[in-house]
Design a protein around this ligand. Structure first.
Ligand code: SF4
Ligand code: SF4
Length: 181
């Protein structure tokens, strides 16, 4: 599984970021998903990308990271000693160091939710469907691209995310509590 992000549909509302924080009750200042404005017309919503070749997995001297059969990259905080080598190595700045606990944490693709048939909290919260969860092995769409301007280098880790490129931006407005284009 992986994420699919449609830049044209993202309005930068940060609902995904807030839903993640609420779901995972991360400490103050630690957000596993962040929404960034990379240009006047482009927002990116970024978390751990559960890469095919995860750098965190490779550099951790304590083998705190594992990659599940479904592709999710997990961290076992009991094995983390806070060395932060993964923080330095990840191109997407996904592992977050908490100085209070002296541990690293990161997005686990909401596997407890997925294991019980629910979408990740961030995906469920996105009212415009800009952020989706897809089966990358079966997701063949001629319009998808592997990266967008402002997204970090994908060549090292092969992240599990695809994008739809930027076309004409849609504008959204609320009408009687419903989102309209
Ligand atoms: S919830 Fe959806 S539209 Fe809002 S910032 Fe996140 S990805 Fe973009
Ligand atoms: S999949 Fe879950 S943990 Fe990962 S960014 Fe989305 S809400 Fe946060």
């Amino acid at each position: 599984m992986g994420f699919c992000f449609n830049a044209d549909d993202c309005i930068g509302c940060s609902a995904c970021e807030i839903a993640c924080k609420n779901e995972n009750q991360t400490p103050s200042g630690i957000n596993w998903r962040t929404v960034k404005k990379v240009s006047p017309e482009l927002f990116l919503s970024v978390s751990c990308n559960h890469c095919d070749n995860p750098e965190c997995f490779r550099v951790c001297p304590h083998r705190a990271f594992t990659k599940r059969r479904d592709g999710i990259v997990e961290i076992n905080q009991n094995l983390c000693d806070g060395c932060q080598l993964c923080v330095a190595a990840c191109p997407y700045h996904a592992p977050k160091f908490d100085p209070e606990s002296h541990k690293v944490s990161k997005c686990q693709m909401c596997y407890p939710r997925q294991d019980t048939g629910h979408l990740p909290a961030c995906v469920e919260a996105c009212t415009t469907n800009a952020l989706k969860l897809v089966n990358l092995g079966e997701f063949n769409n001629p319009n998808i691209v592997r990266s967008l301007p402002g997204f970090p280098d994908i060549s090292i880790t092969s992240p599990s995310i695809v994008f739809f490129g930027q076309k004409t931006r849609k504008r959204y407005f609320l009408s009687q509590g419903r989102l309209k284009t």
